[in-house]
Design a protein around this ligand. Sequence first.
Ligand SMILES: O=C(O)[C@H](CS(=O)(=O)O)OP(=O)(O)O
Ligand SMILES: [Mg+2]
Length: 232
Amino acid sequence: MDHHFVGIPELTGVPRVAVVIDVMRAFTVAAWAFSRGVERIVLASTESEALALKESHSGWLALKDGAPAAGFDAVNSPGLLRSCDFAGRTLVQKTTAGTVGALAVANTPLVLCASFVVAGPTARFLQSRDAGPVTFVVTGEGGRADEDMACAEYIGECMAGGDVEAAPYLHRARTSRAAADLAGGLRSGYHPDDVDLCLEIDRFPFAMMARQEESLTVLRPVAVPDIPPRIR
Ligand SMILES: O=C(O)[C@H](CS(=O)(=O)O)OP(=O)(O)O
Ligand SMILES: [Mg+2]
């Protein structure tokens, strides 16, 4: 299938189907947030917008990447998030790459946000919709982040059907610059398990869809239908 792989700066027009990839760490964190009970994630374009949204909605939480900061309830780390109880909460998320990429394609009719922890379900969801060629938004390093490119290529291969070996794709992600920076303590808001948690293939059974709800871009988990064996 003739998928497109583009960085955020290369986006032009409105794709038909977009899958926004951020392995380290925004969309690994988003999946963990849903697993910890978050009902929906509102994607914010700036930290001040994230705080304003939180402050104007009772019970909402805010998360940003980088170091912990006043007003924010969490940072962009799966290792730090996994013990939180966010049952029923709305979480506003702002990060450097992932949320920026999703907002850049917010007008696309079908937008999924993905990472390795939801890769298989993401591919199956697209198969179930007979989605056709996908625009993969590779959010890291201006479109060159190998952890994001590897995940995008893996999802694309899975969409084609058959058994796809995840190991070579995960190896690329494990040896990426982002993984080295995380493991080397160069990124703030970090837990030592973050790289491993970002490489847990299909840790969660859902895909994540971003939609416009009133004036907000909202990410929610979506169930993945069973795929009939003939198109697996
Ligand atoms: O928190 C992350 O891993 C990054 C920010 S940085 O590259 O560490 O500064 O954000 P993301 O949008 O999840 O790539
Ligand atoms: Mg990233």
